[in-house]
Design a protein around this ligand. Sequence first.
Ligand code: GLN
Length: 600
Amino acid sequence: MKYILVSGGVISGIGKGVIASSLGMLLKACGLRVTSIKIDPYLNIDAGTFSPYEHGEVFVLDDGGEVDLDLGNYERFLDVTLHRDNNITTGKIYQHVIQKERKGDYLGKTVQVVPHITDAIQEWVERVAKVSVDGDHKEPEVCIIELGGTVGDIEGMPFVEAFRQFQFKKKKENFCSIHVSLVPQPKATGEQKTKPTQASVRELRGLGIAPDLILCRSQTRLSDGIREKLSMFCHVSPEQVICVHDCTSVYRVPLLLAEQSMIPILRDQLKLQFRQRPNKILSRWRDLAERYDGATKEVTIALVGKYTKLEDSYISVMKALYHAGMHCRTRVHIKRIEADDLEPETQRTDPVRYYEAHQALCCADGILVPGGFGPRGGEGKILAAKWARENKKPYLGVCLGLQVAVIEFARNVLGWKDANSEENEKTSHNVIVEMPEHNTGHMGGTMRLGQRPTLFKTDKSVLRTLYGNPTKVEERHRHRYEVNPTMVEDFEKHGMKFVGHSEDGERMEIMELQDHPYMVGVQYHPEYLTRPMKPSAPYLGLVLASINRLQSYISKGCRMSPRSSFSDVESSDTEEEMAALLDSSGNLSLTDSPQVKQEL
Ligand code: GLN
């Protein structure tokens, strides 16, 4: 097993996750099996109880793990399925050690951060790195470990110490340390500044970890002078300084790293044996980046939510929209609308906000109501669903978004004026009811979580067609409430069809409104499984309907030169092709071949 530790310096939020995922993607493109571990040094056991306000979205895995949103980056870039243990928190490590202490495993010993916590961290990493993430049950060969926060944070210290020890256990050729730092360029002089990077590398070295590579985030390309300076002051060669300047999209990051010979650098450092040339996959990424930059159409989707001020609160939803947009060469503009700005109360207190919110809603080509919790903003979301239904605007409701569409229909079509969700209030028409087994009084990890199958009940379903006509789909869930199964008949009689159910037939998973271009609701969260090269079907439907292309797409057999996912790329080279690329020592040569060089 080869380990790549990615640490961060200067400030957090400079794209360490994207860089780490891109490194993994490059190695995967060379035919290696890659997994990843994200370390979050906070005390929470998992991200399940986080407010999206503070931390951004909670990402959900197949196994129901509620984890940091960075795991979404890894899944999307590496096209893998991670497990809850791929996210380590200080809380999880302490819980594990304290449980062992209570069992008597350390009997007679004083339990301490060093060695007990640091040992537990190393054991966790070694155990989880071996778990297959590809569905092929094969052990990964490379594990990318991203250490959250920045080097020097008090909370991160036990982790840094654990890896200081780990590097010696694993030997030089099995462990590579990458430090992602910032090279700011203050406006006043326009000069790139190396001091913050020098300081953070010094700090890292002081803690016993010498970086093998320094990846510098900067506004523009690093000049040669700056590279030299960093090399001199940070005790690395200029080739070990890699520049990751701002680019037009995250899809360019792997290409940028490949251009700077990242693949041969990692190969030499970690003595990797590649199985294929990365060219085919890299050219697909290049195509993806070009699709993103060169979109020919534009569409505006109103995202009617609650945490609309923090970009990260709906990160997977936004990715799903962008992936769908790239598929049909359309630039998706996401217009965030605070749901309570749409409510009559705001008309009284802040009429400007109220009218602006309504204007944004009315001008959008399509409407998306994402998942959410609690009653605040509920009425605004119901108004958005009403607008979409009455004006035949494409609408996708995800989880809570499905529930509000059902409430709106009950109130305004079925005439049940007091229709509501039990989450908001008890009424005589609770069209959304709680699932008692998921309302235990404990907040952490008790919802209906993770991957569960949805069976299609009919072939007259637009989503079924968009998914490629399967009998069932497996998507990820995170909810406590559901459509009231006793009322389904009333809805269906009036045109609101529940075309997908859970396996036992009890839970309504997919809603489609008849005589509407695209009014769809799903109880699951399809955004957790979107991939850059394989957009999520419900989101693709929304974007297509919003650019008026849904019908023609379907009538052409759902073809729009779709780009396949990694697994569909015929990636293995023939033996002759590989032989031609091997140098005298049997290594895969990438840069020596003019053709490859050009492609890279
Ligand atoms: N609050 C709703 C429920 O628990 C919806 C959850 C969600 O949108 N993720 O069912």
